[in-house]
Design a protein around this ligand. Sequence first.
Ligand code: IPE
Ligand code: IPE
Ligand code: MG
Length: 243
Amino acid sequence: MKKRKLKNFNNIPNHVAVIMDGNGRWAEKRGLKRNMGHRKGADRLYEILMASLEVGVKVLTVYAFSVENWKRPQAEVDYLMTEATNFLKKHESDIISKEIRVIVIGEDDRIPDYLREKKYYYMDLTKDYNKMTFVIALNYGSHQELVQMVKKISEKVKTNEIDINDINEQTVEENLYTKGLPPVDLMIRTSGEIRVSNFLLWQLSYAEMYFTKVLWPDFNKKEYYKALEEYQLRQRRFGGLTK
Ligand code: IPE
Ligand code: IPE
Ligand code: MG
């Protein structure tokens, strides 16, 4: 089988964010348990991370578990926590040899100890790498992130670290979990759902959106290239006029 390649490497998005959706439906369609969809989805994630590195995407942010996902049955939640830990363990040496920086964003509460430990261990281990940044949104909610940002800034105002009149967009940026990361250029959501589900509301403000019916466990490199190729054709105006 001929391996598909990206046609051209011009205009590659700097930051791609992905809502990896449809694992459950993928499994159910095959008469499998939902967890098998998560299992397959984790392998796809690694494939897309490697493809990002190959084509020159600088930051890949993926939605692994939302604050709303705690509503799911305990067994599925447990499986997702274990799968996330296994993913980090399984790819550790590869991520190190490829010099990928890993950042986990989201709240620490409710995350099992073994995964929280792995989270900080990994972030510390990879903090000096800069070939690419891989951001995992785990126990993440955009509303929570914005509430935390307001609290952090308020605290700094209270202690006179900053003056209220000096608060600007940069102040906001610096107090989000995504501090230091560039804005999202391309947001991909799989499985046909057309919504953002509390993901990166501030950071997506001028992102190009790509929605596909393909379920996440089927979202291979070829599908990723399709999204990148569509992005390459988009005209981004940022409120201005096309040259
Ligand atoms: C995405 O797949 C993975 C997570 C939300 C963790 P889903 O589990 O939401 O799959 P569907 O949407 O039920 O098919
Ligand atoms: C969004 O998918 C969260 C993740 C992919 C981790 P969901 O399947 O949880 O979102 P909704 O419920 O369809 O909005
Ligand atoms: Mg879903």
